[in-house]
Design a protein around this ligand. Structure first.
Ligand SMILES: [Zn+2]
Length: 74
């Protein structure tokens, strides 16, 4: 999973910054907003993923609605 761990960041010791990964499937980015990466934090707010990174059963419909709203906002 964590394929790039270069740079010798210290592991598990008193680091204030959270090194948690975004829990959304196939994402693997570093969590920067709450438990999510920037993009998926928006998804979470929009109800596209649960707190655990799971997609809801009606994800496709919700995602289409989300895209429509994004276009209108742009
Ligand atoms: Zn993500």
């Amino acid at each position: 999973m964590a394929k790039e761990n270069k740079g010798g960041a210290p592991q598990g010791g008193g680091n204030v910054v959270s090194l948690a990964m975004c829990p959304v499937e196939k994402c693997g980015k570093k969590a920067t907003r709450s438990e999510f990466c920037e993009e998926h934090f928006v998804w979470f707010k929009e109800g596209l993923v649960t707190r655990g990174g799971q997609k809801p059963k009606d994800f496709d419909k919700k995602y289409q609605d989300f895209l429509t709203r994004q276009k209108k906002a742009a």
